[in-house]
Write a protein that binds this ligand. Structure first.
Ligand code: GTP
Ligand code: MG
Length: 556
C-alpha cells in the first residue's frame, strides 16, 4: 500500500518554480521550448536538499484543525510551506523558513514513555503530534484535503484516454497523471534527508542523495526511491590550513577492496536503520549483489528504498537522463507511455530477472529519438564536445564528461508529433536487427554487437558493459512481437477511430489493454488465427469491456 498525498498550500514559493523546472510539459508539437529557466541538475539537487533540511514530518491525529496545527508549529518560527497526506493515518510535511526552527521544535519535544515497551531515544525530524485534550478536538477537523498518491487506477486512466482529443493528447494525459507531483518529490528528498540524519551518526559529513527515477524526470508515482550514501566529501583534502611542510591524514582502518569497504559501511548503516530508524521497516541487507544495497520500507512515506554507496556512475546516469528529459517535451511523454505499455504487457516487473528494465527502455527511447531526421536528441558524444572544463568528470577511470548547462544545447528542429513517434518507435524496434546490432546512445548509431547476449545496450559511461545483459531471448522476442502488433494496431486504428461518444478504448488506450498480448499468445497457440480475426475479437473485447465499465460507473 502506498500513501496518499495532496497539496494543501504552496502558493508563490520556490516550489512552483521548481515544479516548472523539473517537469517540463509544454507544447508537444515542436522541440522548441523556453530553456532560459531550465536549471542544472546540480542546482535542483542543491535547492531541494536545502529545502528538505528545513522540513519535518509529523504524524497527526486524525481529527485536527489545520489552523490550530499551523499556529502551534509557528511558535518555532515561520512556516514556508506545508501539505498533508494520508498513509495509514494523517501526515504533515512542514517546511520552515529557517533551519533553527527545527532545533526549537526538537527542544520542545519529548521521548514518549512506554508502559510495556521501551523507546530508543533517537531525536529525529519525524514527530508524533498528540492532542493535549483529545475530547476537545473531536469536532474540529477542518476539511483537510488529502488524495491518493498512487497513479490513477486503470479504469480512470482508460476513461481519461478515451476522452482525449488525439493520440498526442493521450500521451500528454498519461504523463500528467503518472509523473511525480511537487509534493511527492518533496517527500522523496525529505526521506533521504531523514536517512542522512541516521547515517550521519557514523559519518557526520555524509550526504544521502536521491537518484534514479526519483530525480531523472522519468519517475512515476509509486516508483522506488533510490538513495546514494555519498561519503566522498569526507575524504576530500581540505584546501584550507594546508600550508607548511607536512600533510595530515586520518588514521583509518584498511580493508582488502573497495567492495568490502562498501559492504562494511552498508552493513552497519543497515543495522542502524533497523534498530534506530523511526519508520524504517523490513530492512534487508543485500550485500552480495553486483551493486551492494540495503533495501527497506520507509513506512510513513510509503517509499520502498534502495540505499547504495560507491555508486557514483548511477548518479551521473541520472543526471544524463535528466538532461535528455528536459531537452524536449516529447521525450518524457514518449518514455512514460512506452514504460506503461511495457508494464501493462508484463515486459517489465518489479522483480529482478530476465526482463527488460525501465532504465533500458528509457535508453532505447533516447536512441530512437537520436535516429529521427532531424534528430530530436543529441548524441552523448556531441554533449561531450559541448562540455567545458568545469563539466569534466572522470569516475573510476570512465570519462563521464558532458555539458551540464541545458542552455548550451540547440533545440531540435524536428516537429514530428507524438502520435507519429510512438508508431515509429514500435516499428523501429519491431524491425531492429537485435541479432547483429547494439544500441549505443554515445555515438547515436547502431554498432556491431560485441557479444552474443540477445539484447545489447551499451552502458553510456562504462562502455564495455551491457545494461541489458540479463534479458533473455524469449523476453526480447516478446518485446518485438508486442512492438510489431502495437505498430500495426496504431496503423489500423488510424483508419476508423471511434467517435468520442462511443467510449471505446482507442489509440494509446488500446495499446495498454493487457488482452492484446494475451490474445496474441493465445492465437499463436491455437495455430494462428488470421490477424483480421484477432483484431476483430480484440475490438469485441474492448467493446464489452467498455460496456461493463460504463454500466458499473452508471450503477454507482
Ligand atoms: P524505476 O523502475 O522507476 O525505479 O526506474 P529507475 O531508473 O529508478 O531504475 P532502478 O531503480 O532500477 O535503478 C536506479 C538507477 O540505477 C537507474 O536510473 C540507473 O541510473 C542505474 N541503473 C539501473 N540499472 C542499471 C544497469 O543495468 N546498469 C547501469 N549502469 N546502471 C543502472
Ligand atoms: Mg528506481
Amino acid at each position: 500500500q502506498r500513501p496518499a498525498l495532496r497539496p494543501l498550500s504552496c502558493p508563490g514559493t520556490v516550489a512552483a518554480d521548481l515544479r516548472r523546472e523539473e517537469q517540463p510539459s509544454g507544447s508537444t508539437e515542436t522541440g522548441s521550448e523556453d530553456k532560459s529557466s531550465k536549471k542544472r541538475f546540480s542546482e535542483v539537487q542543491k535547492e531541494r536538499r536545502e529545502q528538505a533540511q528545513r522540513t519535518v514530518l509529523i504524524h497527526c491525529p486524525n481529527k485536527i484543525s489545520e489552523k490550530k496545527f499551523l499556529k502551534y508549529l509557528s511558535q518555532h518560527g515561520p512556516i514556508n510551506n506545508h501539505f498533508f497526506y494520508e498513509s495509514f493515518g494523517l501526515y504533515a510535511v512542514v517546511e520552515f523558513c529557517q533551519k533553527e526552527s527545527i532545533h526549537s521544535l526538537q527542544n520542545g519535544t519529548h521521548t514518549p514513555s512506554m508502559v510495556t515497551e521501551a523507546a530508543i531515544p533517537f531525536r529525529s525530524r519525524f514527530f508524533n503530534l498528540k492532542p493535549k485534550n483529545p475530547s476537545n478536538q473531536t469536532s474540529e477537523r477542518s476539511c483537510i484535503q488529502s488524495s491518493n498518491q498512487l497513479p490513477p487506477s486503470s479504469k480512470k486512466l482508460f476513461e481519461l484516454l478515451c476522452y482525449a482529443e488525439s493520440i498526442d493528447d493521450q500521451l500528454n494525459t498519461l504523463l500528467k497523471e503518472f509523473q511525480l507531483t511537487e509534493e511527492n518529490t518533496r517527500l522523496r528528498y525529505l526521506t533521504c534527508s531523514l536517512i542522512e540524519d541516521i547515517a550521519a551518526a557514523y559519518f557526520p559529513d555524509c550526504t544521502v542523495r536521491p537518484f534514479g527515477s526519483s530525480v531523472n524526470t522519468f519517475g512515476k508515482l509509486g516508483c522506488d526511491l533510490d538513495m546514494f550514501l555519498d561519503l566522498d566529501e569526507i575524504g576530500k583534502i581540505s584546501t584550507h590550513k594546508n600550508i607548511g611542510n607536512f600533510l595530515m591524514e586520518f588514521q583509518v582502518k584498511n580493508v582488502p577492496s573497495e567492495r568490502i569497504a562498501t559492504q562494511k559501511i552498508l552493513s552497519v548503516i543497515g543495522e542502524c536503520l533497523d534498530h534506530f530508524g523511526p519508520g524504517c521497516v523490513g530492512v534487508q541487507k543485500i550485500l552480495n549483489a553486483r551493486c551492494p544495497l540495503v533495501r527497506f520500507s520507509h513506512q510513513a512515506s510509503g517509499f520502498q528504498c534502495d540505499l547504495t554507496t560507491n555508486n557514483r556512475i548511477a548518479l551521473k546516469s541520472s543526471e544524463l537522463l535528466y538532461m535528455y528529459g528536459a531537452l524536449d517535451s516529447r521525450v518524457r511523454a514518449l518514455v512514460f507511455s512506452v514504460r506503461c505499455w511495457a508494464r501493462a504487457h508484463s515486459l517489465t516487473t518489479s522483480i529482478p530477472g530476465a526482463w527488460i528494465t525501465n532504465f533500458s527502455l528509457t535508453v532505447m527511447v533516447i536512441f530512437f529519438l537520436q535516429q529521427r531526421s532531424p534528430p530530436i536528441l543529441p548524441t552523448l558524444d556531441s554533449l561531450k564536445i559541448l562540455a567545458d572544463a568545469g563539466d569534466k568528470c572522470i569516475i573510476e577511470g570512465n570519462n563521464c564528461t558532458f555539458v551540464r548547462d541545458l542552455n548550451k544545447i540547440k533545440p531540435s528542429e524536428n516537429t514530428e508529433t507524438l502520435e507519429l513517434l510512438l508508431k515509429e518507435f514500435f516499428e523501429y524496434f519491431g524491425n531492429f536487427a537485435f541479432n547483429k546490432n547494439s544500441i549505443n546512445i554515445r555515438q547515436g548509431r547502431e554498432q556491431n554487437k560485441p557479444d552474443s547476449s540477445p539484447l545489447h545496450i551499451q552502458n553510456p559511461f562504462e562502455t564495455s558493459l551491457n545494461i541489458s545483459k540479463n534479458v533473455s531471448q524469449s523476453q526480447l522476442q516478446k518485446f518485438v512481437d508486442l512492438a510489431r502488433e502495437s505498430a500495426w494496431i496504431l496503423q489500423e486504428k488510424d483508419k476508423d477511430r471511434p467517435s468520442p461518444s462511443s467510449n471505446q478504448p482507442w489509440g494509446l488506450a488500446a495499446l495498454l489493454l493487457p488482452s492484446v498480448a494475451n490474445m496474441k499468445s493465445l492465437a499463436k497457440k491455437k495455430n494462428k488465427r488470421p490477424a483480421s480475426e484477432r483484431i476483430k475479437s480484440l475490438l469485441d473485447s474492448i467493446k464489452s469491456n467498455s460496456t461493463e465499465n460504463s454500466t458499473s460507473t452508471n450503477g454507482k
